[in-house]
Unconditional design. Structure first.
Length: 282
């Protein structure tokens, strides 16, 4: 089952589906949409950016358009996908406050756990989504966007409750969100905490202090984003380790190699060789 809403005047696209849509990802490829995958009653086996993930029942995983997805197995799922033309999270961030938390947060992939109350709430919302897809009139697009905004707000709240954002002041959350977004935009060229601190009109020490309740420092978040991109390029392209190093801002490829080995225990070349010899392990 795949149900679609298309708006020809804007190229907006919104989909609601089950594992029929996931079957189009039997081979790893870019998601190319903002995506929610909701495992209902059985575990879904997925591969995200080369990492195997068992998505347990009543959990939702959130993907951004720059991530790679491979569907391995599992049934009874609900998938929402939409493009920027349907709902631009950047333009609507003041309404939903999701950038830097739900999307482009300091975790590679966001997973939301649903209790019985959350499940009932989202089940009702899902039924309204389906009803609106069947209601073709001049306000259908706006209704679907309003529903998506509500869904994003609900899941963002849950992420906050279930993560280190709990018991953190709103001003700190806003600063951390801004930092995460800046890293996403600039990590290919800027690798120092001081660059991001300057952008946020803070000292590096003040910025680091705002992360004191988190498991990750600003520098670690920068490094992990660099390593994630290096892994994606090693897994999904034929580029050499040297080419990848230059693409993500290293004048000397050995600098990336040392960082990569520190985080993975392998050099980029060793990581690539391991992929060739044992692709399943990665």
């Amino acid at each position: 089952m795949i149900k679609e809403f298309k708006e020809l005047s804007t190229d907006a696209l919104f989909k609601i589906a089950n594992e029929e849509l996931l079957n189009t990802y039997k081979v790893s490829k870019l998601v190319d949409f903002f995506t929610f995958i909701w495992a209902k009653k059985t575990t879904l086996l997925l591969e995200i950016d080369g990492v195997s993930i068992a998505l347990e029942p009543n959990n939702i995983i959130v993907l951004t358009p720059n991530q790679y997805l491979k569907y391995i197995e599992g049934t009874d799922s609900i998938i929402y996908q939409f493009n920027r033309e349907f709902y631009c999270i950047k333009d609507h961030d003041k309404e939903v406050s999701c950038i830097g938390i739900l999307f482009y947060g300091n975790q590679n992939t966001s997973i939301i756990k649903l209790n019985e109350t959350h499940q009932r709430k989202l089940d009702l919302m899902h039924q309204v989504f389906l009803d609106e897809l069947e209601t073709v009139d001049n306000i259908q697009a706006e209704m679907l966007r309003m529903l998506m905004a509500r869904f994003i707000i609900t899941t963002t709240r849950l992420i906050k409750q279930q993560s280190d954002f709990n018991n953190v002041y709103d001003t700190q959350i806003d600063l951390i969100r801004e930092f995460n977004v800046l890293v996403e935009h600039h990590f290919r060229k800027e690798h120092s905490v001081s660059f991001y601190a300057n952008k946020l009109f803070k000292s590096p020490k003040t910025l680091s202090n705002n992360f004191s309740k988190f498991k990750k420092t600003p520098l670690r978040i920068i490094h992990e984003r660099i390593i994630l991109e290096a892994k994606r390029l090693l897994i999904y392209t034929e580029k050499s380790a040297k080419e990848i190093a230059y693409e993500i801002g290293f004048d000397d490829a050995s600098h990336l190699s040392r960082m990569f080995k520190k985080h993975t225990s392998l050099s980029p070349s060793e990581f690539k060789k391991k992929l060739i010899l044992d692709p399943v392990a990665n």
